[in-house]
Design a protein around this ligand. Structure first.
Ligand SMILES: NC(=O)c1ccc[n+]([C@@H]2O[C@H](COP(=O)([O-])OP(=O)(O)OC[C@H]3O[C@@H](n4cnc5c(N)ncnc54)[C@H](OP(=O)(O)O)[C@@H]3O)[C@@H](O)[C@H]2O)c1
Length: 340
């Protein structure tokens, strides 16, 4: 990992900047990291640990000599650049939704299906941020019994919509303090003092694209093609870290204490479940951390086979950048098996 040559495509964005932070935490030297963005950002400098990197415009020539490209752009840029990354022989670990459901493209959360990453053909997809956080929170339970269905409500931070989402909340908060009218740019409505129950485009079944990701991506990652998920995604005026309410129904019943015990040795998940002491998952607890926090564990009241819980996780860290760098670390572990 220290000697691997990386490119971060979309390095100036919310996810890209966090990828640089995580790579520097892993000890990857600055000379092995190329920061790429649109022509608008060429020449800017970005912090990399104690050093700085000069941003270069991303072109089809940019990937020569790189071994792993971490993608942090929208899907159209990822799709446009993928053939050139492949041509250069680099492995592309992409955060956009462009390739997630394609056959032959592993969709990976290392703690859950890390072995899927090792049979890649040069392209690995990072799941949707809310999907990663939810699946990390339920993964220990799914080991106890197969899950059949899930009802989910998300409370998604504005940074999930990138730099523009954060800028909307910051400018609206100060406009409200000054008593001025707010003018949203990234969201369809003001987000300060509000919440917006629609993320993504609405499909024919009435669910949004973001809501359908929860079902489609969960099925692929858990290898559970018949899992059914009813999801409602809501944007909330929180800067960073998504929170998610989950009711999960299994093929058999197990106790709340068995459920809590399942979290003991699961990496990357922290149980915070002492509501009587006001200890439960919240964005201010998970913000800036790699772990997903889980609490409020209880039986569902409509079925003995159901467990309800609440979780929160930093969607720029574990929901995007840290998950992608973990996948890269898996590949660098000497176990990489690339199918030609
Ligand atoms: N934000 C999250 O919490 C989150 C979580 C999971 C997954 N994701 C996914 O990660 C991706 C990035 O999201 P983000 O939130 O970081 O977005 P963002 O803050 O808007 O950043 C977008 C990045 O893409 C770059 N870019 C735009 N056009 C480009 C081009 N033609 N060539 C190269 N780079 C280009 C931008 O560069 P300029 O600065 O030069 O415009 C910027 O660095 C998206 O696919 C998103 O769905 C985001």
């Amino acid at each position: 990992m220290k000697h691997t040559k990386f490119a971060v495509m979309g390095a100036t964005g919310a996810v890209g900047e966090e990828m640089l932070r995580v790579l520097s935490e892993y000890g990857v030297p600055a000379e092995n990291v190329l920061a790429l963005a649109s022509g608008r950002s060429a020449g800017k400098t970005l912090k990399y640990g104690e050093e700085s990197l000069t941003v270069r415009e991303c072109t089809k020539e940019s990937f020569r000599g790189t071994e792993i490209v971490l993608g942090a752009t929208e899907a159209d840029t990822a799709s446009a650049m993928e053939p050139f990354i492949r041509e250069c022989g680099a492995v592309f670990i992409d955060n956009s939704s462009a390739f997630r459901l394609m056959d032959g493209v592993p969709l990976v959360i290392p703690e859950i299906n890390g072995e899927d990453a090792l049979s890649h053909r040069g392209l690995i997809a990072n799941p949707n941020c809310s999907t990663i956080i939810t699946l990390m929170a339920i993964a220990p339970l799914v080991r106890l019994a197969p899950a059949e269905r899930m009802v989910v409500s998300t409370y998604q931070a504005v940074s999930g919509a990138g730099r523009g989402g954060m800028e909307d909340l910051i400018s609206e908060r100060s406009a409200l303090v000054r008593g001025e009218a707010v003018s949203p740019r990234t969201f369809a409505h003001p987000i300060a003092e509000n919440l917006i129950p629609k993320i993504g485009d609405v499909g024919e079944n009435g669910y949004t694209s973001e809501e359908m990701k929860m079902q489609n991506e969960s099925r692929k990652i858990l290898h559970a093609p018949s899992l059914s998920v009813t999801c409602t995604c809501v944007r909330v005026p929180v800067m960073r870290s998504h929170a998610i309410s989950v009711a999960l129904y299994f093929s058999e019943s197990f106790s709340v204490s068995a459920a809590k015990a399942a979290y003991r040795d699961f990496p990357g998940v922290i149980l915070v479940d002492e509501p009587e002491k006001e200890r439960y998952p919240m964005p201010i607890l998970s913000g800036g951390k790699n772990e997903v926090f889980v609490g409020r564990i209880r039986k569902t009241l409509d079925s003995q086979n159901g467990i309800a819980l609440f979780c929160s996780g930093d969607q720029i860290r574990k929901g995007a950048a840290a998950n992608a760098v973990q996948i890269a670390a898996l590949l660098c572990d000497g176990k990489q098996k690339r199918i030609p």
